[in-house]
Ligand binder design. Structure first.
Ligand SMILES: NC(=O)c1ccc[n+]([C@@H]2O[C@H](COP(=O)([O-])OP(=O)(O)OC[C@H]3O[C@@H](n4cnc5c(N)ncnc54)[C@H](O)[C@@H]3O)[C@@H](O)[C@H]2O)c1
Length: 284
């Protein structure tokens, strides 16, 4: 893989762009929102500067940053060997993007989705190359989290799955393989846990601080579930709950009303400056 396209420059897209550039591979980063692209480049710059100060980079920051070309023009994805989609967690949005990418990119290009919960088979069916569509699910924050899940849709070829596995390993990640089932492995387990913490808050079991303290000190987790929900993004969490409800048809996945209200209010977690907690200094 010489050149990777990434569509969506939010939390995940910016992290994937950073680790790809650090691995020596060229990146084309696209987003429909030019402010999001500017924020992504600024955050990548800050994170690289921090790594540089800690002596953790073996190249100049400028060399790494120059590998990332940001653009709001999707057409440039035609130059990439692999395109990773990291736009908002909405099936209709992802399907229409994959349809566009399928028309733009040469037949050999692999199209991958970083979706947290949406079926890879459903996304692939918007293209004429379902054998070259695959799930590559990174974890947040991408530069720090060592895991990548690779998900095969019904038609994904062995070659496609092997190619993205090699790419993830080239980034220094450890790969696990999961079936095309909502939430795959990690989010299948994590999301009900986060939802339960929000139900506990909603029903007044304890304060936000005590729910988080209970989990960090009582279970040994590095952060509490409400803090983690703010990291994930409350809109993303709500969208995942809605996919689970639709796909599993099990009421245990219903989203808490409190979560719906927060998203309606624009309180999306760290990325909007407020979620279960307040972040006056933004997401940096
Ligand atoms: N947040 C997490 O912890 C996490 C972890 C793993 C996977 N994911 C998945 O990664 C994907 C992205 O999540 P995120 O947290 O980075 O979201 P985000 O809200 O931070 O960023 C989404 C970006 O997509 C852009 N976008 C929306 N529609 C677009 C379009 N049509 N063309 C180009 N860009 C478009 C938006 O402008 C925004 O910059 C989702 O599928 C999510 O489920 C998220």
């Amino acid at each position: 893989m010489q050149k990777i396209g990434i569509v969506g420059s939010g939390l995940m897209g910016s992290g994937i762009a950073q680790v790809t550039a650090q691995s020596g591979v060229e990146v084309l980063l696209a987003d429909q929102d030019s402010d999001s692209l500017d924020r992504a480049l600024a955050q990548i710059g800050k994170r690289l500067a921090r790594l540089g100060e800690q002596g953790k980079l073996n190249e100049d920051i400028d060399v790494i940053q120059e590998r990332i070309q940001a653009s709001s023009d999707l057409d440039r994805m035609a130059e990439a060997d692999l395109v990773i989609e990291a736009v908002s967690e909405k099936e209709s949005l992802k399907r229409s993007l994959f349809e566009q990418l399928d028309a733009l990119c040469p037949p050999s290009t692999v199209l991958a989705s970083n979706t947290s919960s949406i079926s890879i088979t459903n996304i692939a069916s918007a293209t004429k190359r379902p054998d070259r569509v695959v799930g590559i699910h990174f974890f947040n924050p991408v530069p720090l989290m060592p895991l990548v899940e690779i998900i095969r849709g019904a038609a994904t070829s062995d070659e496609t799955s092997a190619a993205v596995t090699r790419f993830a390993e080239h980034l220094g990640k450890t790969v696990i393989h999961a079936k095309d089932s909502p939430g795959f492995v990690v989010n299948r387990i994590l999301i009900p846990f986060l939802i339960e913490a929000i139900f506990a808050l909603e029903s007044g079991v304890a304060s936000r601080e005590d729910i988080d303290k209970g989990v960090t000190l009582g279970l040994g987790h590095p952060m509490g579930p409400l803090t983690l929900a703010d990291f994930v993004g409350l809109d993303t969490l709500l969208s995942i709950c809605e996919v689970y409800q639709r796909e599993f048809g099990d009421p245990k996945y219903r989203p808490p009303v409190l979560l719906r209200r927060y998203v309606a209010a624009g309180w999306l977690g760290r990325k909007s400056g407020k979620g279960f907690y307040e972040y006056p200094n933004g997401n940096a």
